[in-house]
Design a protein around this ligand. Structure first.
Ligand code: PLP
Length: 400
């Protein structure tokens, strides 16, 4: 029945038009595959926007959600609940962090981290409140996180912006030194810039910043909303760079598709106290039970290591293709299962379209680049199938 309804016209009429959607109505998913309302299947290398940690409708998550929904879905955070505390323990015992607060999205997690930093400045640094962030970054769409995000396109229509953010070039340590003043309290960065085009900084970048933060009593905040929970081939992105942040945010991969976010702090940055923060739904039994099942699976199955190997397979095959000049590829970049293909020309949209025609979903992350972020459980067979489609798609576009 669903196949006979024109959902796209309904969207055009009823929904606030902020997203330029791809014309497919997805009704179902399993592992790395989704199906539309006409019954057509697609290999999903968008992965629910890097949220489908265990792929679509994994049995582990289904069981966790069903069991928890029978017990308890929501109570007030004025009470203790078990899934929330089990997830908290799991994250703290397996990271360099000491405490966690659960919220409902990535933007909310970054908002929390900003409050942690400002309160730290109030307590310890004479009211210093400025946060240095990077150009081309992405931290969310709320007013606070839009101000943090270093992309003017997202800011222009919503001024006045929340003050207190200073933007510098990513992967440029000198600019961070120059931007630091008495007013600076923290440095907020993505370990790998996701929405900005999958930009991987040099190894020494974060080492230098860590030392700078220690010398100047600044908090280092890693926005791991996209890189956390296995995506880069380690449980957390900071482990790829061997540098520990003072504050970390999580969201996308944490719930395996269920909306949840978190900010985590080291004891040093544990600045919030009673009355400083709260959330009605944050850490709710249903979402934390789902996230607990995801994180438990990732840790028990050592999925991060699988991601590292799958990522290498994907990257090496793409590098092989890129050797052929006719593909117009100038760079393959990324870590783990967060990979971008950089083209010589602005053909990202066309390549995405040709992939779509052949049953593969990918993301056009920049006009001249596409991004791949398949589920972390993606099979070698599906990686190879994806590569085959991508290579055909690029050939078709470049031959035009
Ligand atoms: C997606 C993303 C966000 C925002 O997350 P939402 O859940 O969409 O609010 C914040 N930071 C980074 C690094 C992201 O990739």
């Amino acid at each position: 029945m669903v196949g006979n309804i024109d959902w796209q016209s309904i969207e055009a009429k009823y929904y606030i038009q902020t997203v330029n959607r791809i014309p497919i109505t997805i009704v179902r998913g399993k592992e790395s595959t989704v199906w539309d309302d006409k019954g057509r299947s697609y290999l999903d290398f968008v992965g629910g926007w890097a949220t489908a940690t265990l792929g679509h409708s994994h049995q582990t998550m289904i069981d966790a959600i069903i069991e928890q929904s029978k017990l308890l879905i929501q109570v007030s955070n004025a009470f203790y609940t078990i899934p929330q505390l089990e997830l908290a323990q799991l994250l703290i015992d397996n990271s360099c962090m000491d405490r966690v607060f659960f919220c409902n999205s990535g933007a909310e997690a970054v908002e929390g981290a900003i409050k942690v930093a400002r309160r730290y400045g109030t307590l310890n640094k004479n009211g210093a409140s400025e946060i240095i962030t990077a150009l081309n970054s992405f931290h969310g769409r709320t007013l606070g996180t839009v101000a943090a995000t270093g992309q003017p396109d997202y800011q222009e229509s919503f001024k006045p912006l929340l003050p207190g953010f200073v933007h510098v070039d990513y992967n440029n340590f000198e600019q961070i030194k120059e931007a630091t003043t008495d007013k600076t309290v923290a440095i907020l960065l993505e370990p790998v810039q996701g929405e900005g085009g999958v930009n991987v900084p040099d190894q020494e970048y974060f080492r230098n910043i860590r030392a700078w933060c220690d010398d100047n009593d600044l908090l280092l905040i890693f926005d791991e909303v996209q890189t956390g929970v296995g995506r880069l081939g380690k449980l957390f992105g900071y482990q790829v760079f061997d540098v520990e942040p003072d504050v970390m945010t999580l969201a996308k991969g944490l719930g395996g598709g269920v909306p949840i976010g978190a900010f985590l702090v080291k004891e040093k940055a544990n600045s919030l106290t009673f009355g400083d923060h709260g959330s009605t739904f944050g850490g709710n039994p249903l979402t934390t039970a789902a996230a607990r099942s995801v994180v438990e699976f990732v840790i028990k199955e050592n999925l991060s290591e699988t991601v590292r190997l799958s990522g290498l397979r994907l990257k090496n095959k793409l590098l092989e293709i890129a050797k052929d000049e006719s593909y117009n590829i100038t760079e393959i970049r990324g870590e783990g299962l967060l990979i971008a293909i950089q083209f010589r020309a602005e053909i990202g949209l066309e390549v995405m379209q040709e992939c779509l025609n052949r049953g593969l979903l990918i993301n056009r992350v920049r006009p001249d680049a596409v991004r791949l972020m398949p589920p972390l459980i993606v099979s070698d067979e599906d990686i190879d199938k994806g590569i085959e489609i991508i290579s055909e798609a690029i050939q078709t576009v470049t031959k035009k």
